[in-house]
Design a protein around this ligand. Structure first.
Ligand SMILES: [Ca+2]
Length: 511
């Protein structure tokens, strides 16, 4: 499912209802999902007429009331209100260009949260930005307004359903929803008690321009890179860099030490001579991706997408995102930048994005930045509101660069007054070997929500967390999830697969 841009990390370990699942006021009888539905169904809140239906329990998902409503003209939202509400609200962000309500059967619901999500104000494929062509309000909703708008109604609905307002409210999102997360922290600093921003696509203009540049290189004569050549490239990176973290496990966990130079794979003379080398047009793709991009004299920037040894991975590799598995027109980066060029920049659905000069319509570029960029790193108002932020990024993300999140973290640290001030309200984690939001050879599953909740409720800040890689519900491997800039260095016995799967055999280490 390559287009699962913002599926919240599902953590089987957190699936069991925790012992703290109880109503906010234990002296009051719990409001059941059935009662919640009866309270809300047919009710009109903020102009939205609500419908509610009780959904019976399934697996670890408790009975809940599914509430749907539309805030005029077309902002659709959904809430799921469980039995045994834990007194808190969880807002799950969408993905791509949104356009549909993401699935809310997630750990938050299993942990007793009331959950809410929306389609951000238009209905379409997540690869379709045509809503932005002529509908200014839809573009504003997508850019920044849908979250506070839905949140206003969600708070009223929760209060009407359970008889009390949430004691805490959290937002979590990945990719575009990671952007929504930072947007909320920047523009609505009092809206949430805690925010989880994973792989945030916050520098919208910058990375769209970068993707436009990269996909032009893929589409150039001879630029397409075959699966065999991706395997060649990945293996060469791993041969150089995999062991630098103490273990050859297919994961480059210490990327700072990795200085692999792809030009070492150049075909003699630069022309394509087969799958044992990269031609000059193919190296141009690698170089475009692995070098930063800058637009309008540095006003908008994007960051290198470093080689990581997982370029050939089925989930974390370049096939779906960059090369389109042999057809650039199928590459997700091509599709995203293409709909962006057509609907935000050229404002012409017939425009070919591969022949479009990205900076050729500056007024459109500025408008898109004003709508979608979440690049304000001064989070002092958010800190002053006593809110907490967890940043997370997959170390082998083929779509959005972990370097971008690192750059945000560093600029934010400067803006709020240094590391000590940052440590009071922000944590940043990089998960080695993990792709875009999830997947890849790394340990992609971490219960960030519980870490955030403990911080917000008890004041205990998260330090090293635990991460697992799970297949078919079974934990395959565990790693510590280290605070940036640390990485998990293997310190266990050599050539011992069982030991290598245990988190206790890794030490968080400063590069
Ligand atoms: Ca390794």
């Amino acid at each position: 499912m390559p287009f699962a841009l913002a599926t919240p990390v599902t953590n089987p370990q957190s699936a069991a209802p925790p012992a703290t699942s109880q109503p906010a006021d234990a002296t009051q009888p719990a409001v059941t999902a059935k009662v919640a539905c009866e309270s809300l169904s047919g009710k009109t809140l903020a102009g939205a007429t609500l419908t509610g239906v009780v959904v019976p329990p399934s697996g670890n998902v408790p009975t809940y009331c599914k509430v749907n409503g539309t805030i005029a003209p077309s902002l659709n939202f959904e809430m799921r209100l469980p039995d045994a509400w834990n007194g808190k609200l969880y807002y799950g962000g969408g993905g791509g260009y949104d356009g549909s309500i993401p699935d809310l059967v997630l750990p938050a619901l299993m942990q007793g949260y009331a959950a809410v999500a929306s389609d951000s104000g238009h209905q379409a494929s997540g690869l379709d930005a045509s809503f932005a062509l002529n509908d200014t309000f839809a573009a504003q909703l997508f850019g920044s307004l849908s979250v506070p708008t839905v949140m206003s109604t969600a708070l009223k609905a929760v209060t009407a359903a359970y008889g009390s307002s949430p004691t805490k409210s959290y937002f979590e999102g990945c990719s575009n929803a990671g952007r929504e997360a930072l947007m909320a922290a920047e523009r609505n600093p009092n809206l949430f008690d805690g925010i989880i921003a994973r792989a945030p696509g916050y520098n919208w203009v910058g990375f769209m321009g970068h993707w436009n540049r990269n996909e032009k290189a893929v589409a150039a004569p001879g630029g397409q890179i075959t699966a065999a050549k991706l395997a060649l490239l990945s293996k060469a990176v791993r041969d150089t860099c995999d062991a630098q973290d103490g273990i050859v496990d297919g994961i480059v966990s210490n990327p700072q030490a990795c200085t692999f130079d792809a030009t070492s794979l150049r075909c003699a003379g630069g022309a394509d001579t087969g799958d044992t080398c990269l031609s000059d047009p193919q190296l141009a793709v690698v170089i475009s991706r692995t070098s930063p991009a800058s637009f309008v004299n540095g006003t908008y920037t994007s960051f290198a997408l470093p080689l990581n040894g997982n370029e050939d991975d089925s989930a974390a590799g370049w096939g779906s995102w960059v090369t389109g598995n042999g057809n650039v027109l199928n590459a997700l980066h091509y599709l995203f930048q293409d709909t962006t060029v057509k609907n935000y920049l050229a404002r012409d659905p017939a425009q070919d994005s591969l022949t479009y000069a990205f900076e050729s319509n500056l007024s459109s570029l500025y408008s898109m930045a004003a709508l979608n960029d979440a690049t304000n790193t001064d989070l002092r108002p958010f800190k002053k509101a006593n809110a907490k932020l967890i940043l997370w990024h997959g170390g082998s993300d083929p779509s959005l660069s972990p370097k971008a999140t690192t750059a945000y973290y560093q600029a934010m640290t400067n803006a709020v007054g240094g590391q000590a001030a940052t440590d009071e309200f922000v944590r940043y984690y990089v998960a080695p070997g993990v792709g875009h939001c999830e997947g890849g050879p790394g340990a992609d599953q971490t219960d960030l929500l519980s870490a955030l909740d403990t911080w917000a409720v008890k004041g205990t800040a998260p330090e090293t967390l635990s991460a697992t890689r799970v297949a078919s519900g079974v934990v395959q491997a565990a790693r510590p999830l280290c605070r940036y800039p640390q990485y998990p260095r293997y310190i266990g016995p050599v050539n011992d697969p069982a030991a290598a799967a245990l988190a206790t055999n890794y030490a968080c280490t400063v590069p």
